[in-house]
Write a protein that binds this ligand. Structure first.
Ligand code: BGC
Length: 726
């Protein structure tokens, strides 16, 4: 560590209270914001916080905003505290700051990690200008149950896709130089397996094979750390009975022992204190002891370290060496971020005023948003619509809405810049009066006369755009749903509109995969638009009118029915696979629906048509240390230029543990002009085929593999190759 000497000198000079101070982060009562996100913020008043900083009893503040106020807090820390250790100022800056980009799940649908890197870079510029050093992002949990409200914050159900987006976002937020004025430190979260909570119920238990933990849930964290992340956030859940926030195997054995992580781990919001409610700690002191000794360095908001660590050290229940080690990690991160050399980094009010709106970010937000829209279905090529000569009825509670564009983590977004659907669509039309707008229904409640007005508008139109779905607060923390369907009032609206016979294009707003029913499922066309942020209206208009040819793909499987959850494409093979159309009765199926998605992971249409050649392998036998090259010719056989997401999947045919029916190993988005062909090439080595075996060690096993290059997780023709023994 380059700053080692300075850090050791400081530790030697610190009192125990000052050391404990570095291990506490508290909601920022000096520049409070987002009361609804952190209601406890106001439990302390500003003067108390100033005194806390002055006496060296706080290491970090979070979820405050504002360069001038942040500078004043930092001035107290640096000039008025005994040792002058700078504060770290953190916040939940998740998918945009003033400019709001699509929710992470939506952005993952672009299958363009470099796009996520660019939006994270833009976000970092805005956040660091507003007095923030450190973000509690990216969320890298793998989400396999769509009932979970926090699916919206993830990159979906696939491990490889999640790894690619995790690394890209870390690179984007942090940039190349952690001490640069626009570098935002990252905190991949929530370590670990939070995405596997039982029944999709937030905070619930996790009971899983250690191999699944390592094969599915840990890799995105490793990818984020390899990309340079220096802090991690522990999760609320327990794993096989041991809460993650006091889990020595995770926080010490794996993270520090195996992965050699040198940064610090911060708890989730009061997750250390919650060891008591879990029944894992007898009281707050016991919780502090268990968490700190397991490897949890910084306590977020609960105050249990501040209140109990000194006594625990005096009683010999925690050693000074344990406390010093946690302090060392925190100081290491502050040093790596350049805060000892320039504590006022990111705290420049003039820069904040100048960069509160960076116009180039609007264009990026629009491009990212349209690249996140998935075209699920387009019967009879009803889309794209024409900009003139077509009467369009825009119907639904999200037609004129700006309150539900930002998504569940939009706490700092500039509400005045949000562009709704109506505005975006009307601006794109040659004759703006061709668009008629009728809400038709509230989000969860019918409105009087709404359906009648909607039906009249649909009858008078050539085509209906039906803006339906979930409000933003159906997603996010503590927003698990049992029925992942469209609210009944909106479904009733859809049925009435469809009954007019006018073609319907559903513009779905959603923070998770939904179980689509009735008229929504049967609509002529379906666009999945997630929560797209600031530029929602223009981005949807770009796709609806064909100025942008949709290219996104599902990062989560859309089920046939809500009751299938958890459903994910890469499930282990059962002994009785479901083969629809076969007479066998005793199969892995539901009475009502097959064991399959309605729209699988990776699916998404475009306004053109891509044809796939059969994959050509460099050899059908892969030597233990060799590289396999796979090539496929992709042709744009349609009449429009377009982009395709070429996906490579494998299946290990016979293994010592049951393997998934398919696993994504590579993907690439390519742009092809109408009529153009391209040979797309991928390489694989045995590392791509490795999994954790019965002994919980990572290894590939020799034998036969299926390989697909396909446009989704359930299409394509398999070719085989054999991995040879060493
Ligand atoms: C969430 C975290 C978030 C933290 C701080 C918690 O409730 O789980 O994702 O970073 O609060 O606001």
């Amino acid at each position: 560590m380059p700053h080692q000497r300075r850090i050791e000198r400081l530790i030697a000079a610190m009192t125990l209270e000052e050391k404990i101070g570095q291990l506490g982060a508290f909601a920022d009562a000096l520049r409070p914001f987002a009361f609804e996100v952190n209601p406890e913020t106001f439990a302390r008043d500003a003067e108390q916080v100033r005194e806390q900083i002055r006496s060296g009893r706080v290491g970090a503040l979070f979820n405050g905003v504002g360069a001038a106020e942040g500078r004043e807090a930092q001035r107290i820390a640096v000039e008025e505290s005994r040792l002058g250790i700078p504060l770290l100022l953190g916040a939940d800056v998740i998918h945009g700051m003033r400019t709001v980009f699509p929710i992470p799940l939506g952005e993952a649908a672009s299958f363009e990690p470099d796009l996520a890197e660019r939006t994270a870079r833009a976000t970092a510029k805005e956040a660091t200008a507003a007095g923030i050093h450190w973000t509690f992002a990216p969320m890298v949990d793998v989400a396999r149950d769509q009932r979970w409200g926090r699916v919206a914050e993830t990159s979906g159900e696939d491990v490889y896709l999640s790894c690619e987006f995790a690394a890209a976002r870390v690179r984007g937020f942090q940039g190349g130089d952690l001490t640069a004025p626009d570098s935002l430190l990252t905190t991949p979260k929530h370590f670990a397996a939070y995405g596997a909570i039982s029944a999709g119920l937030d905070y619930n238990f996790v009971d899983m094979a250690p191999q699944t933990l390592r094969d599915v849930h840990l890799p995105p964290f490793k990818a984020a750390l390899d990309a340079g992340a220096l802090t991690l956030m522990s999760s609320f859940n327990d794993i096989n009975g041991v809460p993650a926030s006091a889990n020595r195997e995770l926080l010490t054995d794996i993270l520090r022992g195996e992965w050699k992580f040198e940064g610090f781990v911060v708890s989730d919001y009061t997750s250390d204190l919650e060891l008591v409610a879990h029944g894992y700690a007898a009281d707050e002191a016991d919780a502090a002891q268990k968490a700190l000794s397991a490897g949890l360095d910084m306590s977020l908001q609960s105050g249990v370290y501040a209140n109990h660590v000194a006594a625990l050290v005096e009683q010999g229940r925690l050693s000074m060496a344990e406390v010093d080690e946690a302090v060392r990690r925190v100081l290491h991160v502050k040093a790596a971020a350049g805060l000892f050399d320039d504590p006022y980094r990111c705290l420049d009010a003039a820069r904040e005023a100048d960069q509160s709106h960076i116009p180039a970010h609007d264009a990026l937000a629009r491009d990212c948003a349209r690249r996140s829209i998935v075209l699920l279905k387009n019967d009879g090529d009803v889309l794209p619509l024409k900009k003139s000569g077509q009467r369009i009825a825009l119907i639904g509670p999200f037609a004129q809405d700006t309150a539900h564009l930002g998504g569940c983590w939009n706490i700092f977004g500039d509400a005045s810049r949000m562009v709704d659907l109506e505005t975006g669509l009307r601006a794109a039309l040659d004759d703006p009066s061709a668009l008629v707008v009728v809400p038709g229904s509230g989000i969860e409640d019918a409105v009087e006369g709404g359906i009648e007005a909607a039906v009249a508008a649909a009858r008078a139109a050539d085509v209906v755009l039906l803006a339906l779905g979930e409000p933003h607060d159906f997603s996010g923390e503590a927003q698990s749903r049992t029925q992942i369907v469209i609210p009944a009032a909106q479904q009733a609206l859809a049925e009435a509109v469809a009954a007019t016979g006018t073609p319907v294009v559903v513009v779905l707003r959603n923070g998770r995969a939904l179980a689509l029913e009735g008229a929504v499922r049967e609509a002529q066309a379906l666009l999945v638009t997630w929560f797209l942020g600031t530029q929602t209206g223009p981005a949807v208009a770009d796709v609806v009118f064909g100025d942008y040819n949709p290219s996104a793909r599902l990062p989560v499987s859309f089920p046939q029915d809500a009751g299938q959850q958890p459903y994910f494409y890469n499930h282990p093979a059962t002994g009785r696979p479901n083969v629809p159309g076969t007479p066998r009765f005793f199969q892995t199926r539901w009475r009502e629906v097959p064991h399959a998605a309605l729209y699988p992971f990776g699916h998404g249409l475009t306004y053109t048509r891509f044809e796939y050649g059969l994959p050509q392998l460099s050899a059908t036998r892969l030597g233990w240390d060799d590289t396999l090259t796979v090539r496929t010719r992709i042709t744009n056989a349609g009449a429009r230029d377009g982009e395709d997401v070429v996906q490579l999947y494998v299946r290990d045919r016979i293994a010592s543990r049951v393997r998934p029916v398919r696993e994504l190993k590579r993907f690439r988005k390519i742009a092809l002009a109408a009529g153009q062909s391209l040979d797309v090439e991928f390489t694989l080595t045995r590392a791509d085929l490795a999994f954790h075996g019965v002994d919980n060690r990572l290894a590939a096993e020799p034998g036969l593999f299926d390989l697909w290059i396909a446009p989704s997780a359930t299409t394509g023709e398999a070719v085989q190759f054999e991995l040879l023994a060493p």
